[in-house]
Write a protein that binds this ligand. Structure first.
Ligand SMILES: Nc1nc2c(c(=O)[nH]1)N[C@H]1C(S)=C(S)[C@@H](COP(=O)(O)OP(=O)(O)OC[C@H]3O[C@@H](n4cnc5c(N)ncnc54)[C@H](O)[C@@H]3O)O[C@H]1N2
Ligand code: MOO
Length: 415
């Protein structure tokens, strides 16, 4: 790989994303976990249902399972022959003019024509009356109507959600084969950074980025090796990267990737490995180093907290998802009408923090936040989407349609 620093030196955002993904090798090793511990983990093989769900036809309502009737006179009358609760087995088959008192989920007696809700029934001792004959099969849940036996029910590459876990439980799966977690080494550089819980000296600020990134990595089910705050010193950074590359699949650093006198990250990367690129035509997030240290993938995120979060979402999360065997998830994207003018200079692809809402006509409207400074992390907290503005475009005028995307669930803000 070569350093890409000609002309503006900035790689278009889409090319940067493509180059990153081309360098990622999906994980192939897997482990077996109990279903209850598999939330968020990525399935290593398709799961085929060993059974029908529901396993038997059953009642969808509390009411009466009606037997056959030859009578067309209304109200129709039936004699109650037994009561069946969920989990019990009916003992009697239904003959003409007979019915069974039945509960939701209970197995149907033989010869059931339909189930009628108890609210539609008048009962007197063991006789029920209904005003009309229901449609054949009404209020009956068919065997296999949710899941058919032998069908692939959750596919390899799926990151298991709470609902996936429930679906697997419904077919009796106790353990699942999932890809091993990705090991991510995390380091933040900056002599000005102080650890939370310590008092700030003049010129210091608290390390924010390692907290955001560590939390998001945990949400992505990565194993995090947190190296904490590293001094702006080429030797210290080099030593840390040398150690981290023997331990991790991915190294993520924050800060020190720009052109300042204390920006040593890409120098260390170039000494130890290959720098693929270190400037991307995106805003925020122009200084962004990507490369490899032997087999370890390296991401050098910019120090500004917003730039670090946006580049993490746009360029690092797809790489993590790919490495952990998942198909990278496209963030939900919509068209919305700009409520106000949105300032934009041509040159970089903008990811502006914005707020969308639905107006009284049901139209999706969006406004960009006025504070777009890369140091203002609360701007992400106030936003519910990013306005996506292509590199060449200029100001968006009120009434123009633009694309917006939601934040990744690992970063979703709520204020
Ligand atoms: N002459 C130029 N200066 C800068 C350029 C440029 O192109 N030419 N790019 C600017 C942009 S855009 C960004 S983004 C930043 C990124 O610089 P670095 O990645 O080298 O980051 P630092 O200089 O270390 O820090 C930038 C900023 O962020 C604060 N910071 C750093 N780490 C953390 C942390 N863990 N938690 C909270 N805040 C952090 C740091 O104190 C600085 O204020 O460069 C611009 N400059
Ligand atoms: O790339 Mo910077 O992120 O505009 O502050």
């Amino acid at each position: 790989m070569t350093i890409c620093d000609v002309g503006t030196g900035m790689l278009p955002y889409n090319s940067a994303k493509q180059q990153v993904l081309e360098q990622i090798t999906p994980c192939t090793t897997s482990e077996t976990l109990p279903l209850s511990q598999a939330h968020g983990r990525v399935l290593a093989c398709d799961i085929v249902s060993p059974m029908h769900v529901p396993p038997h036809d059953n009642s969808a309502m509390d009411g009466y399972a009606l037997g056959p009737t030859s009578n067309s006179l209304v109200p129709l009358e039936y004699t109650v022959v037994e009561t069946v609760l969920a989990g019990q087995t009916p003992q009697k088959q239904l003959n003409s003019g007979e019915c069974t008192r039945i509960m939701t989920g209970a197995l149907l007696p033989q010869n059931t024509y339909a189930v009628v809700m108890q609210e539609q029934v008048e009962r007197n001792a063991d006789i029920i009356r209904i005003a009309n004959l229901p449609r054949a099969g009404s209020n009956i849940r068919q065997r296999g109507e949710d899941i058919a036996k032998d069908k692939v029910i959750v596919s390899k590459g799926c990151a298991l959600s709470a609902v996936n876990i429930g679906v697997l439980a419904s077919i009796g799966i106790a353990t699942v084969e999932v890809f091993r977690p990705i090991k991510v080494a995390l380091l933040t550089t900056g002599d000005e950074l102080q650890e939370v819980g310590q008092s700030l000296q003049e010129g210091q600020i608290y390390d924010t980025n390692s907290y955001v990134l560590h939390s998001a990595l945990q949400k992505l089910n990565c194993e995090v090796l947190n190296y904490g705050i590293i001094k702006d010193d080429l030797d210290v950074i080099t030593d840390t990267l040398t150690e981290a590359m023997t331990q991790a699949d991915i190294i993520i650093s924050s800060g020190g990737v720009s052109v300042g006198d204390a920006d040593f990250v890409k120098t260390a990367l170039a000494q130890l490995g290959d720098v693929a690129f270190w400037k991307v035509a995106m805003k925020p997030g122009k200084p962004f180093a990507f490369g490899k240290l032997a087999d370890t993938v390296f991401f050098g995120l910019p120090g500004n907290p917003v730039s670090s979060v946006v580049t993490f979402q746009q360029l690092v999360i797809p790489a993590i998802e790919t490495m952990q065997g998942q198909t990278p998830q496209s963030l939900p994207t919509f068209w919305a009408i700009a409520k106000e003018r949105i300032r934009k200079r041509p040159g970089r692809q903008d990811f502006q923090r914005a707020v969308y809402h639905t107006d009284h006509n049901g139209q999706l409207m969006v406004r960009a936040l006025s504070a777009q400074g890369s140091g203002m992390l609360t701007s992400i907290q106030k936003a519910n989407c990013l306005a996506l503005l292509d590199a060449p475009r200029e100001d968006v005028l009120p009434g123009e349609k633009i694309q917006i995307s939601l934040f990744h669930p690992a970063l979703q803000a709520s204020s």
